[in-house]
Design a protein around this ligand. Structure first.
Ligand SMILES: Nc1ncnc2c1ncn2[C@@H]1O[C@H](COP(=O)(O)OP(=O)(O)O)[C@@H](O)[C@H]1O
Ligand SMILES: [Mg+2]
Length: 211
């Protein structure tokens, strides 16, 4: 039975897609059979995916039925990462139903609490049914930024723990994506920091799931 990790936030631009691709590569590199499910009907990953370059399988799951079917249809995988989508609570609820770990990426910019509050309520309702680990992940963090400190304070009041790993704001990450690669494929020394962060994040995720 695959363990399912999903990246959810109704807000766009918080690195759900980029981070789920990085973590998918990270899990694959640890020797597991891993697939990345794309829930957005625009299939941005499917278009980006380069056969023979991308190391993990990319699976389109763009309907609620496809999401609910993931545990059964993809049970031969060790891990499944689901890249969530913005502004679709019906799909988000379906993703919550099948997830073992939910990661809510948040960037240190003024936050959209109105859209987040529905997600947090849905997570709480799902946790009342059966165990679900859900955590915030701080992304696009800028060095010495007061905004990051403020974000941390605000997140503390929202009831979910915060992942130890943080993802820094990085230009290099954007270039890798543009070339159909993840940060693991960029072996330049400049990429070592963002690569290291995704590696540590992957490790933290696997530790959470495996106790
Ligand atoms: N670590 C990062 N630092 C800076 N920009 C990033 C980082 N990760 C992703 N981005 C950029 O932020 C934008 C939104 O990322 P994306 O992964 O598409 O977010 P979402 O899926 O939440 O909408 C993209 O332009 C992407 O290249
Ligand atoms: Mg996305």
């Amino acid at each position: 039975m695959a363990r399912i990790i999903s990246f959810l936030n109704p807000k766009g631009g918080v690195t759900k897609t980029t981070t789920s691709m990085g973590v998918s590569a990270g899990i694959k590199r640890r020797g597991f059979k891993n697939g990345l499910c794309e829930s957005d009907f625009q299939l941005s990953i499917g278009n980006w995916y380069v056969e023979g370059v991308t190391e993990f399988d990319v699976i389109a799951t763009t309907t609620e039925k496809a999401i609910y079917s993931i545990p059964k249809a993809l049970k031969e995988y060790d891990y499944i990462v689901i890249d969530g989508l913005a502004n679709n609570m019906a799909m988000t609820a379906a993703i919550l139903m099948v997830s073992d770990l939910v990661i809510v990426p948040v960037a240190p910019s003024p936050m959209d609490y109105a859209s987040m509050s529905a997600l947090l309520a849905a997570i709480e309702a799902r946790q009342a049914l059966k165990p679900l680990d859900a955590r915030f992940l701080i992304t696009k963090k800028k060095e010495r930024s007061r905004l990051t400190k403020m974000l941390r304070e605000e997140l503390k009041g929202l009831g979910l723990p915060i992942m130890k790993t943080q993802i820094s704001d990085s230009e290099i990450v954007k270039y890798a994506t543009a070339e159909g690669k993840t940060i693991y494929d960029d072996r330049s020394s400049a990429a070592s920091k963002p690569r290291g962060e995704i590696d540590v994040l992957t490790k933290e995720i696997l530790e959470i799931l495996n106790g």
